[in-house]
Design a binder for this molecule. Structure first.
Ligand code: F0G
Length: 445
């Protein structure tokens, strides 16, 4: 039973494999890992997934993650046996992913310059801890339990720690979170405290917090739940699954994400590769990754803005020296990632190689938007009755920019992912009190 799923190094020259119950986030040579499945999943499961939208009393059907459990069955269980599901699958009473699906938003469509019928936004902020992280945390903590981990560990710009803390509290396991001191939104920090996580404040930025947390996890048998953990990626595949299901598996032209550590880009890429290989979709949607201007590693490297070379996956032989040179150059010049959208204030995206693979497979693009563009994006989503945080504003802002540059065409079908809910209460208050801002609605005196 233990061998229809396994772990495999993403570097084709290395290709090391590990059993599914290994506690490794990287291969022994330090490369990222994929969860691989030996069996193709049949297309007629689409009907099963649809039927489960009437959950008939099962939280594993209610869950927007586990509703698709056959497509992430790394526990290798009988997915129809609900008792077996409840022995293995971690769920917050079916709430992860449950409320998330794509919506048309007319004011946002007007803002970006598309017909409302061509544009969808999927609010992942309506997850139980308020961000898309719950999709991947449900699956990562499922694996943590499978290997009897007593403590989960993460570094975070806030949402990962909120999600990890929530699931850890619910499952009765310990949770350590490493945060860049003073650089995360108060609403996120308070969640980690509230859920009883142990907070470790790191002097430095997210990249520093991540390296310290990985080091400490090794020394204290902690189980890392950052997105370099391949089981996080499995749960996050359900974000595009839900979008595709609502579009009747007729793939859009574009799926647009804000880019930070590139876990989402990686998971969307893996989802699309698997669905295409298994014959579930006929067309490959293009992924657009939107970085903040002040934290633009992927966009800089992908678009040849550093040393002139356009960094590519290159059949599994990306120019990793170029990435290292870019990082040393940032260090030498004392440049630190800087944006008010602290969720994506990341200089060293840990999943960059999987991100490149995703862009390669989907003919993707990467670009940047400014803080003020993200704030406008965030605000126009609000005017449609949905609430999202500043980093999520990168999705509408990025679509608008790519349309202006005629990379996204006027009749393309576009799905933008809104990654998290507003947890930085003063951002919209400040935005609306400044009449210069495009959507500002200042108070009457
Ligand atoms: N949007 C939000 C709201 C986020 O919290 C994050 C990442 C991203 C986008 C970027 O996603 O890393 O998959 O490219 N937040 C992480 C955290 C790093 O610690 O909460 P990515």
């Amino acid at each position: 039973m233990q061998d229809s799923a396994y772990l495999k190094c993403i570097d084709p020259k290395c290709g090391l494999e590990y059993p599914i119950n290994s506690v490794v986030v990287e291969c022994e040579k330090g490369h990222l890992l994929d969860v691989k499945y030996k069996n193709k999943q049949p297309v007629n499961l689409k009907e099963t997934f649809l039927k489960r939208r009437n959950p008939e009393g099962s939280i594993f059907n209610e869950s927007g993650v586990w509703r698709f459990r056959e497509l992430l069955n790394f526990c290798q269980i009988d997915t129809e046996d609900l008792e077996e599901c409840s022995k293995y699958l971690v769920s917050l009473d079916g709430s992860e992913g449950r409320q998330s699906k794509p919506y048309h938003m007319s004011k946002a469509a007007e803002f970006v310059g598309l017909n409302s019928g061509n544009l969808w936004f999927q609010p992942e902020g309506y997850n139980p801890s308020g961000s898309f992280k719950d999709n991947g945390m449900a699956s990562a903590v499922t694996h943590a339990k499978l290997v009897n981990a007593k403590k989960i560990v993460c570094a975070s710009t806030g949402n990962t720690s909120a999600s990890a803390g929530m699931f850890a509290a619910n499952e009765g396991i310990e949770c350590d979170v490493y945060i860049p001191k003073g650089q995360i939104a108060p609403g996120k920090l308070s969640q980690a405290y509230q859920f009883g996580a142990q907070i470790i404040e790191v002097e430095g930025n997210f990249d520093d917090a991540l390296s310290q947390s990985l080091e400490d996890a090794k020394n204290s048998s902690g189980y890392t739940v950052n997105s370099i953990n391949p089981f996080r990626i499995e749960g996050q595949k359900t974000i595009p699954f839900r979008a595709l299901e609502y579009l009747e598996w007729d793939a859009p032209d574009w799926i647009v994400y804000p880019g930070g550590a590139l876990g989402n880009t990686s998971s969307c890429g893996k989802a699309i590769m698997e669905l295409y290989e298994w014959g579930w979709i006929k067309k490959i949607p293009r992924i657009a990754v939107i970085n903040a201007e002040g934290a633009s590693t992927l966009s800089d490297l992908y678009n040849g803005k550093f040393n002139g070379e356009e960094l590519r996956w290159n059949n599994g032989n990306p120019n990793v020296e170029l990435i290292e040179e870019y990082y040393s150059d940032l260090d030498k010049k004392g440049i630190r990632p800087k944006t008010k959208a602290t969720a994506i204030q990341i200089g060293r995206p840990a999943n960059i190689l999987k991100g490149l693979r995703a862009l390669d497979f989907t003919d993707g693009v990467a670009t940047t938007v400014s803080d003020s563009e993200m704030l406008d994006g965030m605000s126009v989503i609000g005017l449609n009755g949905f609430d999202c945080e500043m980093a999520s504003g990168a999705s509408p802002a990025g679509v608008k920019k790519l349309i202006k540059e005629e990379i996204i065409k006027k009749d393309d079908i576009v799905v933008g992912i809104l990654t998290g809910r507003q947890k930085d209460a003063m951002l919209p208050v400040d935005y609306h009190n400044n009449p210069q801002n495009r959507f500002a609605n200042p108070p009457k005196k």
